[in-house]
Design a protein around this ligand. Sequence first.
Ligand code: F6P
Length: 549
Amino acid sequence: MEISKSKEWHDLQLHYENTHNVKMRDMFDADMYRFEEFSIVHDDFLFDFSKNRLTSETIGLLVKLAEKAGLQAKIDKMFAGKKINTTEQRAVLHTALRNFSDEPVKTDGVNVMPGIRAVREHIKNFVDAVRSGAWLGVTGKRITDVVNIGIGGSDLGPAMASTALKHFSGNLLNVHYVSNVDSTDILDTLENLNPETTLFVIASKTFTTQETLTNAKTAKKWFMSRIAHIEKDMTNHFVALSTNEKACVEFGISPNNMFHFWDWVGGRYSMWSAIGLSVALYVGYENFEEMLKGAFEADEHFRSAHFRENIPVLMALISVWYNNFFGAASQAVIAYDQNLLKFTEYLQQLDMESLGKSVTLSGEKLAINSGQIIWGTIGTNAQHSFFQLLHQGTRLVPADFIATIKNNDPESDHKAILLSNFFAQTEALMRGKTEEEALHELRSEMKEEAEILKLLPHKVFEGNKPTNTILINELTPKSLGKLIAFYEHKVFTEGAIWDINPFDQWGVELGKQLAKRILPELAADCRVHSHDSSTNGLINYSKTKRYSI
Ligand code: F6P
């Protein structure tokens, strides 16, 4: 039975109808312990969900919904290596990649942990060799630059983590991420690089992705034409991260320079695997392992904490509450930390590629909405671009606010200014400004009553806009790992409630198929008639202009 037909869903619907107009500011005024009741401290994390349109009863009903959906059994199945990715007949074991217990983790009766440890060892030895200068280029020079070529999950997670952990890099190596098939991306990157000191990391689970292979070929051509005489000269300059050994070898990368992973690691969940190699090269193996350990802590919490005290479960339930009952179509994520510049972009793939589904696991059309649109950027920049809509727009946009407390620049007041804005925004979104308050303020500033009344409606803030706050003591490899894993499990929980598969991505295939058909048509010296009139028209127009612009 679809979850929206359940008694638990119906109870939540009734609860919504009875409570959706309740004002958060009234709830705060009535209960001085609201923050204590609706916040959780987990080591170096504080998760405050008190600025939400919910009560203890709401949480109770949402927890019942999670129980109805069989969440605990689904969590246990994932960690136990069951083939929960049913449309691809695969287990889902990214959690095993960051498992530091002595317990075996089995899928198909085989313990995957020895293989994982062997790849970790391979990564460690390689990273240590490159960073120490023991690994030299073909002309005997040290590697100074790493170019990660990958896309989607083979790019976004590692690129985000490298940006976030810049201060842990020790400035030993520069790391560059190339993803787009638009040649500007790779050519701009290569422009300032020396082939003698450059290492290419070709990151592709399948090693068939068009963008990655095209960029990898361009990199190989660039390298070969500058310093190489034979393919063997590539040996210390090209490594591959993949599950597809045959394709890597065909490309010219020796199996010794391949870092393996497995089909039970989903692309957008793969930064914990060999796909994280560029992060490890950049920040060192120990820091990379710390990131895995942070994620492992999040895993332990997710597996064992009661749903009422379980951070990712609560994040998911709150998200379901606004999505399915208040009809919120999107969710903003705003990190007040420059190092988290790429966090929302990374989260877009994690969340939307996982939850953008419209059928249940058994293939029935969903009667309710699934994944929301995830968007946002860093604060305070966001305040000067889209916050107007959050504060006074007509749409409900629940938002996650993330900040780190430690001040890395104690001599200046930047951090205090940043955090004052951070705290002010969630307060403003929650409280708003009533007509009475706005009137009082205007009268203290202006004399002309007619002018005051004209301006008044524009000065009112409805408030009651929900936010979660995640406060992290300090951005470290460990806390970053934990933050990412919390979001992974939030996504898992939503998928479990809607009974969809958050581990496949068939929706990306159709566009790929059509692009394959169009590619030779672009090269052919004739007009195209095989598509709808718009697509034909666009292709033909571009063909006529291509040579004349
Ligand atoms: O966009 C589709 C997708 O399959 C993602 O899920 C994946 O992360 C990305 O392409 C890259 O795939 P690969 O690592 O196989 O090159």
